[in-house]
Design a protein around this ligand. Structure first.
Ligand code: NAD
Ligand code: DAU
Length: 370
């Protein structure tokens, strides 16, 4: 079936994987990628699909309501996947207003532009969908409550079930919102606006909340790509606090597959949590990264251990995130495809095989080309 899909933030990390998946998998869809190309947007991420006949790039700000009205109307958009956002917690602590502008006002502008266009059609909202990509950070922070003698990661469903039987808590779809950082507060606010457009105007919406993603094309300010780069360059690895915070890691292509599935099969007005049952204490993850990079670049084991440097903690640093994704698994049959060790090896290899991608960012060249 012919469809006109608007994907926002498609030049960023997760967005570029979603755009690639949709452009390759659905030749009958017209895919419009709206991205403002902030520091985090990089058209190098999409070189392989840039000239496809079913792909169009539009440089625009999602907070520009008039522009969003035109893009949606002129291209007869019938589905929207909203990934455009300011996404880095440390930047939100330094500059919360930019986060409110893009994440809240940007999402609201897109909702309003879509509403005006869809309500002007005879069929109104029939066959339409506004799918908003959110984060597990809106739920706040969990305690570390692993039963005595057990350690993260929870690599399998079965071990997650065992932990739940012991009373270890996870974020579920009905967990109350309790954001702590300006980033998560802005994402929580945007989620509420999306649900409000469903409840008030009847717009068909879906929200998903995903855990930490990792993989190729992630901007090297985030933990995994930053540390891979620093290990290669023999630079110090700045670990916040004691390195005891826990994150639940998912390979980015598994998130993109979940988005595809939910976009096509998800229940309107519903929420799905997406995560890999793959929790790691930061310091344990960092040790895995060091071992993997050292092995792949031919350093002796332990060569880069001395780079670990404990620094002042991030203000308001959430202790633990952990997603219970069993609803998505049981209702729509999604499973993460990669074990973490495989995903990390694939990721490290990608950064080692594509040094110019990171170099272009560090030198700023990626911004001159676009
Ligand atoms: P990213 O920072 O890598 O990419 C964001 C993209 O949005 C960039 O291409 C940027 O240019 C674009 N953008 C920013 N402001 C814009 C604006 N005003 N108008 C148009 N485009 C704009 O982010 P990411 O890590 O790929 O995250 C994508 C989405 O997924 C975000 O909504 C984020 O909250 C959510 N999310 C991310 C993770 C993660 O681990 N990275 C996990 C869960 C959810
Ligand atoms: O949980 C989903 C979220 O994951 C997304 O919504 C965000 O967009 C994404 O940025 C990510 O947020 P985090 O704050 O968890 O990711 P980050 O890579 O910044 O940090 C991961 C952990 O590592 C966190 O506990 C902070 C710590 N850290 C991070 C950096 C950059 C360090 O110890 N040192 C660092 O230099």
């Amino acid at each position: 079936m012919k469809r006109n899909i608007l994907i926002t933030g498609g030049a960023g990390f997760i967005g570029s994987h979603v755009v690639r998946l949709f452009v390759n998998k659905y030749p009958d869809y017209n895919i419009y990628n709206v991205d403002m190309l902030t520091y985090a947007g990089n058209l190098d991420n999409l070189k392989d699909v840039a000239n496809r006949p079913n792909y169009t790039f539009i440089r625009a700000d999602i907070a520009d309501l008039d522009k969003m009205r035109r893009v949606i109307r002129e291209n007869c958009i019938d589905g929207i996947i909203n990934l455009a956002a300011e996404s880095h917690v440390d930047r939100s602590i330094a500059d919360p207003f930019t986060f409110a502008r893009t994440n809240v006002m940007g999402t609201l502008s897109l909702l309003q532009a879509a509403r005006e266009y869809w309500e002007s059609l005879d069929e109104r909202y029939e066959g339409k969908i506004f799918y908003h990509i959110s984060t597990d950070e809106v739920y706040g922070a969990l305690e570390v409550t692993h039963p005595e003698g057990t350690e993260a990661p929870f690599t399998t469903r079965a071990s997650a079930d065992a932990h739940m039987a012991y009373g270890t808590d996870f974020f579920v779809e009905t967990t109350k919102y309790a954001p702590h950082s300006p980033y998560s507060a802005s994402k929580a606010s945007s989620d509420h606006f999306v649900r409000a457009y469903h409840d008030t105007y009847g717009m068909p919406t879906i929200v998903t909340n995903c855990s930490n993603n990792y993989g190729p094309n992630q901007f090297p300010e985030k933990l995994i790509p930053l540390f891979i780069t620093n290990i290669c360059q023999g630079k110090s690895l700045p670990v916040y606090g004691k390195g005891e915070n826990v994150r639940d890691w998912l390979y980015v292509e598994d998130h993109a597959r979940a988005i595809d599935l939910i976009f096509h099969k998800g229940k309107i007005a519903d929420t799905y949590n997406i995560g890999g049952f793959n929790e790691w204490k930061n310091i344990d993850l960092i040790k895995v990264l060091i071992r993997t990079v050292d092995r792949l670049i031919g350093n002796p084991e332990g060569h880069s251990d001395h780079l670990i440097t404990y620094i002042t903690d991030r203000p308001g640093h959430d202790l633990r995130y952990a997603i219970d994704s069993r609803k998505l698994q049981s209702e729509l049959g999604w499973e993460p495809s990669l074990q973490f060790e495989e995903g990390i090896e694939k990721t490290v290899r990608w950064y080692l095989d594509n040094p110019e991608w990171t170099e272009n960012i560090i030198s700023g060249r990626y911004r001159q080309d676009q």
